[in-house]
Design a protein around this ligand. Structure first.
Ligand SMILES: [Zn+2]
Length: 652
């Protein structure tokens, strides 16, 4: 019994103390009547203007805490939302719904709101005190704020509102403002930045720069920067980016393939001239493959003669988040590299590449490679020394001669020599490389054989068994890397893969701006739209004469002073032109014999204007063109800037 008494006694005490607490909470006894009136006036000022209020009760607790009950005939169910928004913005607080009760006999509507600093369903991990005791620097949103606002509307359309104004946190400092909700306006702004190709971090920098330019001073900027409803926080940028990527590019998981298929089908229907084929990713055994031939690539195949002679092939990675490989096939022209095909794969296995190149071959136009035919392929291809890639190319186009880029060949040899595991002494490395280089650049096969034997039997090379073995193995591939075996091929001075390498700079620097794309869907967008436009603009700017920079001199020559830069040929003066034109001999089929302008009469160059298409235009061609002695068929290949009868249609 004593135990029970104790409980009752304690329970009574508990109720008493609770009642005391409650009455204390709202009776601010220390203030006079006047002070109380003042506080009441200030409390009513917190309500939105333009509504009539009738205060039913007001109980101040302290200078900043009170309970206010009022009714209003102007606040109705339809404008309640607007009233609440206004109330929140006046008081710099954010309210959340605590509970919405069903209509009863007495009330049509009963809504309970809480402050956002009081999260519902308090979980132990979110308990602010626990969080702060574990980490005193934690950013705590939940302070168990006791604030409450109750809205009730009767059937007679009378609205009563009870406000229990008791925030246990600051509502008017900068920190309070960065807990605000994101406004749809700022989310829209961030979206448009992502739309323009920014990443979360660059988008934020740009956002802050723009914000600063709109603020009247530093203070104004920092106030707006702290306010989350104006400036999203760093993690908000990341979160919005994730949502944006999911919505636009299908996220980073399986769903992105659906989006990819959708995008490809849309591209196909919009671009009838383009051909595109793909194989969706289905695990390691079924790699992702996308072969693309854009309308411009199609035209390059049918219009550019070099396309049938020489194709450069190389791959790059790190263009998007999943590290796909992008293979580009391109050819050379006076306008620089022009693309002939593109392949995206998810790995670099030989079987994948074989399947990929076959896929690309099948979607090429019948007249591909300047009418050589898509199954025949070009005469020559240059790649770097990647076995899988070379084998795949050889199996797709068996009649093609696959050459190796000399730069990569020498780089690969130098890397082999500097590899610690091969044990070549530092002092011996340059000697060995220069011996190999001599053989590589030998201008006849006899000389090559001689120099290669001298390399293998060299005293220094003989000191290293591994080196002898390495160079003996390389010898098997001699026809691919030694220049003497290329004399009969139409490589036109191209011994390296520079043309295609520079295209990856265009892709990564100009198109992707040194950032990884969100996923393959986003990358495809950049390739079929932005990269294609890059080539179109380049070609048209040569045709219309607006092609700027020192490259322009490739086509029109430069002046005679040192100020005119070092690239291109020197434009000849009147006398030189006359002398030159007097010595030119024309043969049938547009073949010309021309005299060297530099050394008097010793060197002769044979030019077949319609077929000799160098990477840069030379002075001889310039004079012949300028003399207008040639038909302007040439213009198809040479952007003759001085001629007015070039129209963009020659190039697109
Ligand atoms: Zn609060």
């Amino acid at each position: 019994m004593s135990v029970r008494n104790l409980i009752v006694e304690n329970f009574d005490q508990l109720v008493d103390s609770a009642l005391n607490e409650l009455s204390n909470r709202y009776e601010h006894n220390e203030c006079s009547f006047e002070e109380k009136e003042n506080l009441r006036r200030r409390a009513v000022e917190r309500l939105p203007d333009g509504y009539e209020y009738q205060v039913n009760a007001f109980r101040p607790r302290s200078k900043s805490k009170f309970k206010l009950c009022f009714s209003s005939k102007d606040v109705k169910i339809d404008n309640l939302e607007g009233w609440l928004i206004e109330f929140q913005s006046i008081n710099k607080v954010t309210l959340k719904v605590k509970v919405k009760k069903k209509a009863t006999k007495g009330y049509l509507l009963q809504h309970y709101y809480r402050c956002q600093h009081n999260t519902r369903n308090l979980s132990p991990s979110k308990d602010p005190q626990r969080k702060l005791s574990l980490n005193p620097t934690a950013r705590v949103k939940n302070t168990n704020c006791p604030f409450q606002l109750i809205v009730k509307v009767t059937h007679c359309d009378v609205c009563t509102i009870d406000i229990d104004w008791d925030h246990n946190h600051a509502t008017d400092n900068l920190e309070a403002s960065n807990f605000k909700e994101l406004s749809s306006d700022c989310v829209h702004k961030v979206h448009s930045l992502f739309e323009a190709g920014e990443t979360p971090s660059t988008a934020r920098q740009k956002f802050l720069r723009e914000l600063k330019s709109m603020c009247k001073d530093e203070i104004d900027f920092h106030i707006k920067k702290a306010d989350r409803s104006i400036t999203p926080r760093q993690r908000d940028f990341r979160h919005i980016y994730e949502q944006y990527g999911k919505q636009k590019f299908g996220g980073k998981n399986e769903e992105m393939f659906e989006k990819l298929a959708e995008k490809i089908e849309l591209y196909k229907t919009k671009n009838k001239e383009a051909s595109i084929d793909y194989q969706m990713y289905g695990g390691d055994a079924v790699p992702l493959l996308i072969a693309i031939v854009t309308p411009l690539m199609n035209r390059v195949h049918s219009e550019v003669q070099q396309c049938g002679e020489l194709i450069f092939v190389d791959s790059t990675s790190n263009t998007e988040e999943h590290n796909l490989k992008v293979f580009l096939l391109c050819t050379h022209s006076v306008a620089g590299a022009l693309p002939c095909g593109l392949l995206i794969t998810s790995d670099e296995k030989e079987a994948t590449l074989k399947r990929g190149f076959e896929m690309l071959r099948n979607i090429l136009p019948e007249s591909a490679f300047f009418s050589s035919g898509k199954s025949v392929g070009p005469k020559t291809m240059i790649t770097d020394n990647c076995k899988e890639e070379r084998d795949a190319l050889k199996s797709t186009w068996p009649s093609v001669t696959v050459l190796l880029c000399t730069f990569h060949m020498l780089q690969q040899t130098w890397r082999w020599l500097t590899d610690k595991n091969h044990g070549v002494m530092q002092g011996d490395r340059p000697h060995i490389l220069s011996k190999f280089k001599e053989a590589l650049f030998a201008n006849s096969q006899e000389l090559f054989e001689k120099l290669y034997i001298s390399l293998l039997s060299d005293k220094i090379v003989q000191n290293y068994d591994k080196a002898v073995r390495y160079f003996s193995e390389l010898y098997v591939d001699r026809e691919a890397f030694a220049l003497c075996f290329r004399s009969s091929l139409l490589v036109r001075g191209n011994q390296t893969n520079n043309f295609v390498e520079s295209q990856f700079l265009v892709l990564k620097d100009i198109i992707l701006r040194r950032t990884k794309e969100y996923n393959v869907v986003a990358l495809l967008d950049k390739i079929v739209v932005d990269l294609e436009d890059h080539y179109k603009t380049k070609l048209l700017s040569i045709a219309d004469g607006s092609y700027d920079g020192h490259f322009r001199r490739r086509f029109v020559g430069r002046g005679k002073t040192s100020k005119c830069g070092g690239q291109g040929y020197t434009t000849p003066n009147e006398d030189e032109r006359r002398n030159f034109l007097e010595s030119v001999k024309q043969f049938p089929n547009d073949i010309f014999e021309v005299k060297s302008l530099k050394s008097s009469g010793t060197r002769f160059v044979l030019l077949k204007l319609l077929t000799v298409i160098m990477s840069t235009q030379c002075v001889h061609l310039f004079i012949i063109l300028d003399n207008k002695s040639m038909s302007n068929n040439l213009l198809k290949h040479f952007g003759d800037i001085s001629s007015s009868n070039v129209t963009p249609s020659n190039f697109t």
